[in-house]
Structures are given as C-alpha cells and as structure tokens.
Ligand binder design. Structure first.
Ligand code: SF4
Length: 133
C-alpha cells in the first residue's frame, strides 16, 4: 500500500517569494483548514519529508540552497510549486535575478498550484488530490 495515501510530510522553501504565498501556506495550519486532520504536515528537516514545497521565483541567490534541500529529500519524492512565481509565470518572471521558477532550477514540478497567491482552500484540495494519485 502506498503510504502517501495516508500522510504527506512537506518541507517548504521560500525561494524569493514576496511572502504572500507563505501567508496562505500558514493558513493551512489554522483550525479552519487543519491540514493535520488530513494527514498533511510541515516538517523541519528535508530528510523527514515526502515532498518539497517551493514558493517564489527561485532567485539566483536561492538556487544553490534550494538544490541542496531537494537533494536531501529522500526518494521517492515529489516537487510542488505553490504560486505563479514558483510556476515560472509570476510578476517576477522577467526580473533580472530569476529565470523560470522551479522547473528551470530543479525539474518539472509534480504538482503546480497556480495563483498569486493561491487560495489556501485550493492548496489543500490539490494536496489531497495528489495524495489520492
Ligand atoms: S505568486 Fe504572487 S503572492 Fe506568491 S510569491 Fe509570487 S508575487 Fe508573491
């Protein structure tokens, strides 16, 4: 049985976000959305994670650190882009210090949650849908 269907441990990296996406991620932990009720949680170490959540356009400065965190997530692992910036199409897409979001920095995300910022209820729905696949 696939354990991911029962739980999903997330490690988050802010790769140059404006922080609005982080605020929406924080809302997932509120009593209204209560992601832990669905078996989803945020962990402090990438070594304890099933998936890496990335926000922000992946600035040149953040790219090496993001790569290190991704390399530390044990396989099988999933990559989740949250927000238009991480998807490579946000307001910073033509900025001098970022070049194409998560896909150009690491690989094509397994899940992309669009929005600027995405609604937290949408984030939760898409995470739960990913757990079913
Ligand atoms: S997608 Fe929008 S809210 Fe999220 S980091 Fe980019 S500008 Fe900020």
């Amino acid at each position: 049985m696939n354990q991911r269907k029962k739980s999903l441990q997330l490690r988050h990296v802010d790769a140059g976000s404006c922080n609005a996406c982080e605020q929406e991620l924080t809302a997932l932990l509120s009593k209204d959305l209560d992601i832990q009720h669905y078996g989803i949680d945020v962990v402090a170490s990438p070594r304890h994670a099933d998936a890496l959540v990335v926000t922000g356009p992946v600035t040149d400065t953040m790219q090496p650190a993001l790569k290190k965190v991704w390399d530390a997530v044990p396989k099988p692992r999933q990559l989740i882009a949250v927000g238009d910036c991480a998807a490579g199409c946000g307001v910073f897409q033509n900025a001098y210090a970022s070049h194409g979001g998560v896909e150009s920095a690491l690989k094509k995300p397994d899940l992309t949650i669009r929005g600027c910022p995405p609604d937290p209820a949408k984030i939760l729905d898409m995470l739960r849908e990913m757990m079913q696949n």
